[in-house]
Design a protein around this ligand. Sequence first.
Ligand code: NAD
Ligand code: MG
Length: 388
Amino acid sequence: MRRVAVLGATGSIGTSALDVIARHPQRLRATVLAAGSNAGALVELCRRHRPEHAVIADEACFAALRDGLRDAELPTQPHCGDDVLQQLVAGDACDIVVAAIVGAAGLPSTLAAARAGKRILLANKESLVLAGELLMQAAHAGGATIVPVDSEHNAIFQCLPDAHAHAGLRRILLTASGGPFRGRRRETLGDVTPEQAVAHPKWSMGPKISVDSATLMNKGLEVIEAHHLFGVDGGRIQVLVHPQSLVHSLVEFVDGSTLAQLGLPDMRTAIAVGFGWPERIESGVSGLDMLAHGRLDFEPPDLDAFPCLRLAFEALSAGGTAPAVLNAANEVAVSAFLQRRIGFLAIPALVEDTLAALPSTPATSLAALRDADAQARRHAAQAVAARA
Ligand code: NAD
Ligand code: MG
């Protein structure tokens, strides 16, 4: 029996992970559930999955969690805060960690899991963008296995099973759905609403990543993520817009072979790969009916309408603290857009302005990266206030 900590349990990935866990009662058990501030939803999950521990990040919500668990007569122990979460993740409460907190807030727990040598199902791409080198080093030193559960990186992971495959890799082709505004020109994007931006045509996801998909920043973050996971520089990563979202990514080898992974757009496939690997286990997702889908289209991304993708490539090539600055400015901008304080086109403008204001410096320590993250958040928040 493998014991699983699901971090971000109340979110979109957390829900999918718990669905897969519940399909394998002989094999998997959720022992730790963690969420940000929705104590009611967390208590409901505890009723269903009966974990040993439940952790809420927001202190103001602890009483609601504690009382909710008591009223439901559950044996689950309530906790709050990031320190406890890191201890639980690193200790023997779990063997597997589903890292599905949204944003840079997921870094400390992901790092703790890496240092402690856990199997990490990594959805929290922001932690790799912010501190990719340190996180990969910590995983290596701690003996942790990272299985990416971003669909594209999970596809690449499946196509690169061993060191021989890595050695013969020429380039990575990352697919992108193009988001809800695919095909639109820049001039038409000024007044799009948060509701339109989060209405993703193919995937059902949390609000932050949905906006990132609409700006193509999600693909930019994924380029940086792929660089760290697979050791490939930005010049060997190409982005292809593929509106059907059935080919989840491709790898090209030096001999001219290209391998791809295909499947329905449902994150439970990638999550089941993470839990079972190298075995294959049921996920609840049906197979692909190629005749029913009929065709697979590919087109280049429009960097004029969606400059975030260009900014991410530039931050990757600048290196150092630039990706951390890109990520932090983007988190602030997306949150301001969701609160209707700035428009859609202000998201790339704010990120570009923050990158220009805070030139990259070497990212030698976690402290340097945290500092760059904090400075970028301050700069971007001031820019939001000036615009709003
Ligand atoms: P979501 O908004 O649906 O869920 C986020 C979860 O994180 C919630 O459970 C929330 O309570 C929790 N959370 C937020 N702040 C927290 C904190 N400080 N401490 C503890 N928990 C906290 O988001 P999502 O769509 O599930 O995405 C989660 C992560 O997975 C993101 O990094 C995203 O980029 C990545 N991802 C998601 C998908 C997808 O299909 N949803 C696909 C690929 C990658
Ligand atoms: Mg993805």
